[in-house]
Ligand binder design. Structure first.
Ligand SMILES: Cc1cc2nc3c(=O)[nH]c(=O)nc-3n(C[C@H](O)[C@H](O)[C@H](O)COP(=O)(O)OP(=O)(O)OC[C@H]3O[C@@H](n4cnc5c(N)ncnc54)[C@H](O)[C@@H]3O)c2cc1C
Length: 401
């Protein structure tokens, strides 16, 4: 039985490895001269392989697209299985405080080596610089038109990854699967006209970011950058808001609460009780709410508080302004910047057309999909690779049957 896997990335390798059973002749077709190139650069060169294990019902909440589909997928292969698979092949993983899991070596090369060694052991044929240009369904199998000529297979796994250009999905057009418009996800917000950028480098650990006029609100660390704002809460907002932001040309009013432990009323009453208890203390040298001193100074300046002003002299208007800055700092977002550490494509093969138990196409028998080519994407934290390993596992295992 001949099985072809298109795409030499994380999902393609995992699928090929799990499709390699006795009697199966597995070939990976990779259009570029490099294998596993995203794994190499992932997680800043450390590869955030997966996320700390959690219940499936919680795990799937980290996927803006694919939540329901992945419930079924993860019931077969989840983070625990990824950890076990890599550890049993000599790649020990460690978990960081935020739940991200990396190789103990802190090098993505360990992950690449494990996959390459396994592929070699299983005699998987790898054709580099051999892109697939089109696919034809022929008498139970598939004919691939590749850069090196035609190739016939009994079973086919498509694991070509995501790409924000629809043109890159054209090689699939004969299969008549629906492609949901591919658009970028996981990006940071540009705020070119905001003075906040002068505070670049500053961060808070528990902010809440919200797109005004929508219900999209996310909590977590927020970082001020040279271009605008970033950090896990912003990236999460970019992922869940990917479609909305695209439709609005990446222009939005974003509201930030700089300390999620406080609501509007709580900020106000805490300032008032501090005023009553310490009327002779200076505002600038007595920061409240655990916000960085430079940010506090910025809020004071925006609330017309003078440099030597004492808490006891705060006017009602100044208190209100201070609370507004703390609770709903209004940022005009105008554009986005690619987050260099990790970015993905939202969109791809529509999930209704794929069986979540097997990854098999509902239109064409013996055709399977795995990885980011599907309309599945996660937030940052190891969730995207987890989806690639899990869908790759299922596609490979089922194609080998
Ligand atoms: C900079 C960066 C860092 C990242 N870091 C992390 C991280 O730390 N943790 C995490 O969970 N996720 C991370 N991600 C996301 C993660 O890398 C992807 O979700 C994952 O690689 C998807 O795997 P894949 O195999 O589906 O696709 P890919 O890794 O994109 O592989 C697809 C392969 O198919 C090939 N291909 C495409 N079309 C054809 C064709 N027609 N013929 C032949 N070959 C073809 C491509 O050249 C490519 O090699 C990161 C992404 C980026 C860009």
């Amino acid at each position: 039985m001949k099985i072809a896997v298109i795409g030499g990335g994380a999902a393609g390798f995992f699928a090929a490895i799990h499709a390699s059973v006795p009697g199966a002749e597995v070939t990976i077709f990779e259009k570029s001269p490099k294998l596993l190139s995203k794994v190499k650069v992932s997680g800043g060169g450390r590869c955030n392989v997966t996320h700390r294990p959690m219940e499936i019902s919680k795990l799937v909440k980290n996927y803006p697209r694919g939540e329901k589909f992945l419930k079924r997928v993860f019931s077969r292969f989840k983070s625990e299985d990824t950890i076990q698979w890599f550890e049993s092949r000599g790649v020990s993983l460690k978990v960081e405080a935020d739940g991200r899991m990396f190789p103990v070596s802190d090098s993505s090369q360990s992950v690449i080596d494990a996959l390459l060694i396994e592929a070699q052991k299983l005699n998987i044929t790898i054709r580099k610089s051999c892109g697939v240009r089109s696919i034809l369904s022929v008498s139970g199998g598939y004919q691939l038109d590749t850069d090196e000529g035609e190739y016939y297979v009994d079973k086919l796994i498509v694991a070509t990854g995501g790409n924000p250009k629809l043109d890159n999905y054209r090689f699939l057009e004969n299969l008549k699967h629906t492609i949901s418009d591919p658009i970028p996800s996981l990006f940071t917000f540009n705020t070119p006209k905001e003075s906040l950028r002068e505070l670049m480098g500053l961060s808070v650990s528990d902010g809440i970011v919200k797109i005004e006029g929508t219900k999209m609100t996310y909590r977590g660390p927020v970082l001020v950058t040279h271009w605008g704002v970033s950090g896990p809460a912003v990236l999460k907002l970019s992922a869940f808001g990917a479609q909305w932001l695209k439709e609005n040309s990446y222009v939005a009013n974003v509201l930030i609460n700089w300390n999620g432990a406080y609501g509007e009323e709580q900020y106000s009453s805490h300032i008032k009780s501090y005023m009553a208890a310490h009327p002779n203390r200076k505002l600038l040298s007595n920061t409240l709410f655990d916000v960085p001193a430079r940010l506090w100074e910025h809020f004071c300046a925006r609330s017309t508080i003078e440099s030597g002003q004492l808490y006891g002299t705060l006017s009602k208007k100044q208190i209100n302004k201070l609370v507004q800055n703390l609770f709903c700092y209004n940022l005009k977002v105008e554009g986005k910047t690619t987050f260099k550490e990790e970015f993905v494509t939202a969109g791809g093969i529509v999930l209704d057309e794929v069986n979540p138990e097997s990854m098999e196409s509902k239109y064409h028998p013996n055709l399977y999909f795995a990885g980011e080519v599907l309309n599945i994407d996660g937030i940052t934290g190891g969730f995207n690779f987890q989806a690639a390993w899990s869908t790759g596992f299922l596609a490979g295992e089922n194609a080998s049957k």
